[in-house]
Design a protein around this ligand. Structure first.
Ligand code: HAM
Length: 492
């Protein structure tokens, strides 16, 4: 490891900031409806401005009294009528979505009200089914757009690529992001509901295997530089979704799974129908023996995908990147095709994937953009830091260069000026906001790991000679203001 890591973008990636929330639709289409992330882990909200409707709707669907009398029914219809009237006005004004679903629902509610109004009261049994239908209609009125906190950022980067015409930029476009993601998972060590990712994406016209290899090389170089321990790179190819490739394999896998269905747990049994590939992800001890006997995708890749995979492996070898092939690595998001990879590290227990990624050609097109190739990854920053801490490799908190210990009004003014000049010269400076006795100030400087204490009292200010104490050995020397800067620049 070099002592000073380069601060330049050595692989040429530029930053992108994508929104914290997006229309739910974007994630549902990209990641897939049957994935865990979309089907149960997203934080999803209706984003609306017509707040008055919420109260009216609650009042409409809540039964204060039972509908055991004609008056109670009239009261109920009044409340529902108030809601529908307000919703219709909001619809006309465009304050709730002007969708055909909303139009139909409002119309249906109107008809149900009219129907119930002309209904001669006979008893609860006759009216209850109609009331239930009306309540359903009331609940179905959509107040606003459905949005989700981002569970990942690849979908948003692809959306941005389309929306901001990045096709016009020199290709491929190489982007990175750092930020919070949200998934409603069961929290445990290394698994959080708000977690942080450092991700990178390469988008453009080429799916050259060298791109896959360079992306992987980049993240491995980063981990190497951080001295992350026990790093293990697993790679696989999951082919592409054609009849002669993954689709045929999934059919075979499904058939094989049907044969052993009774021996599988409820999660895997369910996945045979919804997403058979995910059965391969199972960590259940009792399923491992069965999974080992299942057909493997590597034996079913089409010629193009097999060639691509072989070339990716060759490119990794050219770069000296050590990998392990793992036929069970399918990843949990639907947009992947061909190359998939995952990196694990030491000290993380069961949540040991510190990075996951893969190729997603076709995702941009699926979202309405031009045919585009894509590959990327995301590092789980929380897990990365956990692993570095466990192995004692986490960077220590940086100490200050100079702690300014000042006493007295005049010295405070000088201290403020000194702090400004020292910071301008690039030093890290701590300037206590209130006066402290010198003894206490020096103790504080020590705790903050400062290298020097600049002591400014009445004497120093009057003489124009400032005292600099080297905290490591306790030695002291006096300097004029300009000499001090020259001296510190030589030392630090
Ligand atoms: P992912 O595998 O879902 O992929 O997440 C990537 C990494 O984020 C995981 O390997 C893990 O380190 C971290 N992570 C995921 N969920 C949690 C959680 N609940 N708590 C803590 N860390 C977590 C993606 O998100 C893809 N968008 C990666 C990608 C980019 N593929 C192509 N481009």
């Amino acid at each position: 490891m070099s002592s000073k890591p380069p601060t330049k973008a050595t692989f040429g990636f530029g930053a992108i900031r994508v929104p914290i929330f997006e229309p739910t639709e974007l994630f549902a289409r990209s990641i897939g409806l049957d994935t865990d992330v979309v089907s149960k882990e997203m934080y999803t909200f209706e984003d609306y401005e017509a707040t008055e409707l919420v109260e009216l709707r609650t009042a409409a669907v809540t039964n204060v009294a039972s509908l055991a009398s004609g008056e109670a029914l009239i009261d109920f219809l009044d409340r529902v009528g108030n809601f529908i009237l307000a919703a219709e006005k909001a619809f006309e004004a465009g304050r709730i979505p002007k969708t055909s679903e909303n139009e139909r629902t409002l119309q249906m509610a109107r008809e149900l009200i009219a129907n119930l109004q002309t209904f001669r009261y006979q008893g609860e049994r006759e009216i209850l089914p109609r009331v239930a239908e009306l309540k359903d209609a009331v609940r179905q009125v959509r107040f606003g757009d459905v949005i989700s906190l981002r569970p990942e950022a690849t979908a948003s980067v692809c959306r941005a690529y389309i929306e901001h015409g990045m096709r016009q930029l020199p290709q491929p476009v190489k982007l990175y992001y750092i930020g919070p993601m949200f998934r409603r998972e069961r929290p445990q060590k290394g698994r959080y509901r708000q977690f942080y990712q450092i991700g990178a994406e390469v988008l453009g016209g080429s799916d050259a295997p060298a791109i896959d290899a360079e992306v992987i090389e980049m993240v491995m170089t980063f981990f190497d530089r951080l001295e992350l321990q026990g790093v293990q790179l697993d790679i696989n190819s999951i082919g592409h979704s054609a009849d002669n490739c993954r689709r045929a394999y999934v059919e075979k896998l499904k058939a094989a799974l049907e044969n052993v269905k009774d021996k599988l747990g409820p999660d895997s049994q369910r996945r045979i129908e919804t997403n058979p590939l995910r059965v391969l992800d199972s960590k259940l001890e009792s399923e491992q023996g069965i999974i080992a006997t299942l057909p493997r995708i590597a034996d079913h890749l089409c010629e193009d995908c097999a060639t691509h995979y072989a070339a990716v492996k060759h490119q990794l070898e050219m770069r000296g990147v050590i990998y392990r092939e793992n036929w069970r690595l399918v990843r949990g998001l639907d947009y992947y095709m061909r190359t998939t990879f995952e990196i694990t590290a030491q000290g993380l227990g069961s949540q040991n994937a510190v990075c996951g990624g893969g190729r997603y050609d076709g995702l941009v097109e699926l979202l309405g953009g031009p045919p585009t190739k894509g590959i990327g990854f995301a590092i789980g920053e929380d897990r990365l830091i956990l692993s570095l801490q466990e192995s004692g490799k986490a960077p220590a908190q940086q100490g200050r260069d100079v702690y300014i210990a000042w006493m007295g009004e005049r010295a405070h003014a000088t201290a403020i000026r000194a702090a400004k000049d020292l910071r301008k010269a690039g030093f890290s400076v701590e300037l206590p906001p209130v006066e402290q006795k010198f003894g206490k100030a020096l103790g504080q400087a020590d705790k903050l790991g400062a290298k020097y204490a600049l002591i400014l009292g009445d004497n120093e200010v009057s003489e124009g000679l400032w005292t600099l104490k080297t905290l490591a050995d306790g030695s002291q020397a006096k300097f004029t203001e300009p000499d001090l800067l020259v001296h510190l620049k030589k030392q630090l």
